[in-house]
Design a protein around this ligand. Structure first.
Ligand code: KE4
Length: 431
């Protein structure tokens, strides 16, 4: 397979490396897990990314999840343009923030009140502060391989690029910051029972990705999910669903709608901002009323509820509510998964295809991936070769085995079939 020239991206990367650490503004984009240099993007259009060298790619990253409607969706663009003409930010409340809050509350079963912030990290950080502040306790349980942004106290055995680049526990995170963070194995119900039996009275909250994207896709067992709800309820700890990736993705009401679960606090991001910097945390009113200025738990932000991001979020949620694209996304996901499994079987390569709706991962792993230890046994070198073989065939996948890929409402069955044809060739090539 001829490798297309990417000289403009290489020149842009070299220039960026002079002034930006690693040439990127987030390590997840650094291609550290697959080798080579990141592509520099000229534009996105619908299901496609265009790089500086004029190559077009079917996009299965969607900016790591936000772009469920594809790039530059007309309704989202129009909403941002309209808001832009009235200014970009006021540092004062607007009715549009209330409108987005109402949309979120209508959509997400467990949310009665919500605070808007600017990133998933900020939302997760605020959610654990709220858990500690509202319970008066200090221990937070997280699960190895789950990623909740780069807040110190959760940057322990974190997934996503903290794993891709092999730095689960980053320098600069002081021991004190993680002294009250208890890291357990995902899907390990016994370990969860033991933790609550021995330290239940100290546990402020448990935070998890209800379907993990940051180890690659990992699905919770029903036993694990019900133990989470039972034990947190029994011991007075808050159950925090980090739905930054799954919110509005797996269902309009997120994973908690899919699983019919009711966490105490939900963290949202990505889709809820329609591709602009906006995230949120919300939950039961009695808990959220602890947040300042209604209550004593501090949290603030200059651009929280930014009018442009709110406009993009409202347009996105309205489009999702009206179009209800989840059956279509499920149909596309089934088509893709079936074809990938067939292609991987034909190649004879050890593989696992994990999928929930429009989130999926092809693991190069002989064993079903149920937790971080298993995920880390995946053949990341082979994943890297697959990544580039697909890229050279016009398919832009997440640049790490430890990331989920995403489908968009603008993907078509023909594009899925095109992708499967590329995958058959790519798997044969890397065999
Ligand atoms: P942000 O601070 O990046 O907006 O959100 C942090 C976050 C929180 N929770 C979950 C479940 C997440 O997946 C994320 C961010 N996801 C990564 C990709 N897996 C974002 C990509 C990046 O870091 O550049």
């Amino acid at each position: 397979m001829p490798v297309p020239s990417r000289v403009r991206s290489q020149q842009a990367f070299a220039r960026a490396c002079q002034v930006i650490p690693g040439g990127v503004n987030s390590p997840a984009r650094a291609f550290g897990g697959v080798g080579g240099n990141p592509l520099f993007i000229d534009k996105g259009e619908g299901a496609y990314l265009h790089d500086l060298d004029g190559h077009r790619y079917l996009d299965f990253v969607g900016s790591w999840g936000p772009l469920i409607l594809g790039h530059a969706h007309p309704r989202v663009v129009a909403a941002i343009e309209q808001a832009l003409r009235r200014g970009t930010t006021y540092g004062a409340p607007t009715e549009s923030e209330t409108e987005l809050a109402e949309l979120i509350i209508q959509a997400v079963p467990s949310i009665e009140m919500v605070r808007l912030v600017s990133s998933g990290t900020e939302a997760a950080m605020s959610a654990i502060r709220l858990a500690r502040g509202s319970t008066g306790r200090e221990v937070i349980i997280k699960f190895a391989g789950c990623y909740h942004g780069h807040v110190d106290s959760l940057l322990v055995a974190a997934g996503s690029s903290a794993t891709t680049l092999g730095v689960p526990n980053s320098p600069g995170v002081p021991r004190g910051a993680v002294a009250d963070t208890l890291v357990l194995r995902y899907n390990d119900t016994q370990a969860l029972e033991d933790a609550f039996r021995t330290q239940g009275a100290r546990i402020a909250g448990v935070i998890l990705e209800p379907v993990v994207g940051n180890m690659g896709l990992v699905i919770p067992t029903t036993e694990f999910r019900s133990a989470l709800r039972r034990l947190t309820h029994q011991h007075g700890a808050l159950l925090i669903y980090d739905e930054v990736m799954t919110g509005f993705r797996l269902a309009y009401g997120g994973a908690q709608e899919l699983f019919q679960e009711m966490p105490d606090v939900t963290v949202l991001g990505k889709i809820v901002g329609g591709g602009l910097p906006l995230a949120a945390y919300g939950g039961r009113a009695e808990v959220m009323k602890q947040v300042m200025p209604a209550g004593p738990v501090f949290q603030a932000g200059t651009l929280s509820g930014n009018p442009l991001a709110v406009a993009a979020g409202i347009a996105t949620l309205r489009e999702l509510r009206e179009q209800a694209p989840y059956p279509y996304l499920e149909q596309l996901g089934q088509r893709l998964a079936t074809g990938l499994i067939q292609a991987a079987k034909a190649s004879g390569l050890p593989h696992q295809l994990a999928r929930v709706g429009s989130m999926w991962t092809l693991f190069f792993n002989p064993d079903p991936v149920t937790d971080y230890e298993v995920a880390k046994r995946s053949d990341t070198a082979r994943f890297g070769r697959f990544f580039w073989a697909m890229m050279n065939r016009g398919c832009y996948l997440p640049c790490s085995q430890f990331e989920a890929a995403f489908l968009m409402t603008v993907h078509t069955e023909a594009q899925i079939d095109q992708t499967l044809a590329a995958a058959r060739e790519a798997l044969a090539e890397i065999g």
